[in-house]
Design a protein around this ligand. Structure first.
Ligand code: SF4
Length: 350
């Protein structure tokens, strides 16, 4: 990873006040994203992945949200930036694509107008120039007959085409950071693969940094350079894709790998879902937040896992927050065979 990250997040805390108390949705998260790299953030629902990225974009509800820490985008601290400055950065220097394109696109305006308006807002281009740019972007993301389809409304596009249109809208101003929040989850496998290929191609062309949020390690295997595993609002494991998928160090990552199907493996290989449910972020467990679901607390011994919070210590950007020793992890890691290249990380129990 480059020594000067494009995005640097330090000790980020995003807490929401609710009628029942303070929800610690993100609780002390740090990571970097270098120019032209893709960071995959993986975890179950409610792990804090999406909240982290809404905080980067400044799209949280300010009235009920307390945010601490530091988010530096190309040296500018986003947490101390004004709403006007953030508005200027959004769509221009950083952009986001969401899971549900239909909900994100206005049904009342043509695709071309929506892409063009984003372009005009940030560049001051004329309507004619904006329309030409919309056609160019639709062509770039693989929409056939873009000069005709530019006048279609979102409901006239298929799900895959809408997702492409949303990517076109996100990239229309050549943002340097693209945040993709489960952008392929609602699509069938073939379209999903096409969208991932498109994102990779566009990244190669433009050098955009990408944060890709997903619950699916197979998607991470396909697209990420680096991986951050989140659990209960915290990072529990970090490293390069190869390190995390080939040699995972945290019992939660073992669980994620063990609970996903292998594209290459036999359909007879049983999946092992992680027992239990994600923790309450209103009253998170003491010690290690994963301890109520972890099968290895006895190996650590005593009540350590339920009383002492494990610290994430990184060596060259690699590490896991767990009390197990390296020797214990080597002995206990449940024979995971990850397919690091190509879509579909696989977990094969011995
Ligand atoms: Fe499991 Fe303890 Fe490691 Fe947490 S610290 S993952 S509970 S072994």
């Amino acid at each position: 990873m480059s020594s000067t990250p494009f995005l640097s997040v330090r000790d980020l805390r995003v807490h929401f006040s609710t009628e029942d108390g303070m929800v610690k949705a993100v609780d002390g998260l740090s990571f970097d994203v270098a120019h032209g790299r893709t960071l995959g953030i993986v975890g179950e629902s409610g792990s804090g992945k999406s909240v982290t990225n809404l905080a980067i974009l400044g799209l949280h509800n300010a009235e009920h949200t307390k945010i601490d820490g530091e988010i530096l985008l190309d040296g500018q601290d986003l947490l101390t930036s004004t709403e006007r400055e953030l508005e200027r950065l959004r769509g221009n220097k950083m952009a986001m694509i969401f899971q549900d394109a239909l909900a994100s696109l206005s049904p009342y305006h043509t695709i071309g107008r929506q892409i063009g308006e984003t372009y005009r807002k940030h560049t001051g281009a004329s309507k004619r120039e904006a329309r030409a740019r919309a056609v160019e972007m639709l062509n770039k993301v693989g929409i056939p007959q873009p000069d005709l389809r530019v006048d279609d409304y979102p409901h006239q596009f298929s799900g895959g085409m809408r997702q492409r249109a949303m990517i076109a809208m996100a990239l229309v101003c050549n943002p340097e950071l693209l945040i993709a929040d489960e952008p392929t989850t609602a699509l069938d496998v073939t379209v999903q693969a096409q969208i991932m290929d498109l994102l990779k191609e566009l990244q190669q062309e433009t050098g955009t940094s990408i944060i890709f949020i997903t619950h699916d390690l197979g998607v991470i295997a396909d697209i990420a350079d680096d991986v951050l595993v989140m659990y209960g609002g915290k990072c529990v494991e970090r490293g390069s894709k190869k390190e995390v998928l080939s040699n995972p160090q945290h019992p939660y990552t073992w669980g994620l790998l063990g609970s996903m199907p292998s594209l290459e493996g036999s359909v007879d290989v049983p999946l092992n879902p992680i027992p239990g449910t994600p923790p309450s972020l209103l009253n998170p467990p003491t010690g290690c937040r994963f301890h109520p679901r972890c099968a290895f607390t006895r190996e650590v011994g005593g009540a350590t896992c339920s009383t002492d919070e494990p610290i994430l210590r990184l060596l060259k950007g690699r590490g896991a927050a767990c009390h197990l020793t390296t020797e214990q992890r080597d002995r206990l890691a449940p024979g995971l065979t990850a397919v690091v290249e190509g879509h579909g990380a696989a977990a094969q129990p011995h």
